[in-house]
Design a protein around this ligand. Structure first.
Ligand code: SF4
Length: 291
């Protein structure tokens, strides 16, 4: 997405629009950090930096909050150089040195492993993501990071929700804060409330040295692509719908869904009726056996 020609023509207007965009991102990130208690005094936050617009924006905002937040926390940027052909390895160190941000570049040839392990014609992303996750989690432990910050945004959250519903028959999205599967790390997603279009706009203003994400030669899987196109269509035909879906994830009424593991439908009785606890146990009748 390019910058508007009017903002190029009038630099003051351009600067105003840029500030407005950054302010909006800061507000949304500030809300997410607060709502989900993402940061604590003394945290060491490992910001995963891929070289894409989302991760640059994330790093930028975490540094901005580091300067102004009422608590002290450290930020370390970490990039995993997966040895993809054509990966411009000098770009991130140059950028991070210029910014004065502490960083680590982990060099590990996951590219060859992924190619070897993925059957012909299949998308390489699942194996690649699993490997990358393991390496980054281990690194977080090694450097004593207390939080791992990821650059997923509101569009990723909605896409994941719809993917899980459409193809996995599950009502499950992507959380703002999560304990990793192996229990060792706390993951945070400070861009949780930010739309991708806002991040793209900011990324254009900031002129980050973007590293293309298709170096591995893989395509997004087809299902995710279908969902992405749906979101783009809705943004044009029904503005606000995607935002509403994103907000619905944070406003769940368990009693109006159907998951018996999360709501005690069996124990539901009218207010003026007293039932002995042991009777509740016996209230379940298998209707399929009733003739
Ligand atoms: S697009 Fe390439 S680098 Fe990204 S997860 Fe998929 S295989 Fe890995």
């Amino acid at each position: 997405m390019g910058l508007h020609s009017s903002s190029i023509a009038d630099p003051r207007k351009g600067q105003y629009e840029k500030n407005k965009c950054h302010k909006k991102l800061r507000r949304l990130v500030g809300e997410a950090l607060t709502d989900y208690a993402m940061l604590e005094e003394g945290d060491k936050v490992m910001v995963c930096l891929s070289g894409g617009k989302d991760s640059y924006t994330l790093l930028d905002l975490m540094l901005s909050f580091q300067q102004h937040a009422p608590i002290n926390f450290e930020v370390v940027a970490v990039n995993l150089d997966q040895k993809q052909p054509g990966f411009p390895e000098e770009i991130l160190p140059e950028y991070l040195d210029k910014m004065g941000v502490p960083y680590d570049i982990i060099e590990q040839d996951t590219y060859s492993i992924v190619k070897r392990l993925t059957p012909e014609g299949k998308t390489t992303c699942p194996v690649c993501s699993r490997l990358r996750r393991g390496i980054l989690y281990n690194h977080a432990q090694k450097i004593g990071a207390t939080k791992i910050a990821l650059g997923h945004h509101a569009d990723d959250v909605v896409e994941t929700l719809l993917l899980n519903m459409f193809y996995g028959a599950k009502l499950k999205a992507m959380p703002a804060k999560l304990r990793s599967d192996d229990g060792r790390n706390i993951l945070i997603r400070p861009l949780y409330y930010c739309r991708e279009s806002l991040i793209s706009k900011w990324s254009d203003y900031a002129q980050y040295p973007i590293i293309p994400c298709n170096l591995c030669g893989s395509q997004d899987n087809l299902q995710r692509q279908v969902i992405k196109e749906m979101l783009v269509g809705w943004d044009e035909s029904n503005p606000g719908r995607v935002e509403n879906i994103a907000r619905s994830i944070n406003s769940v009424t368990l009693s109006h869904l159907g998951d018996r593991r999360h709501y005690d439908f069996e124990g539901l009785i009218a207010e003026n009726r007293h039932v002995e606890p042991e009777t509740v146990e016996n209230r379940r009748i298998d209707i399929t056996e009733v003739r």
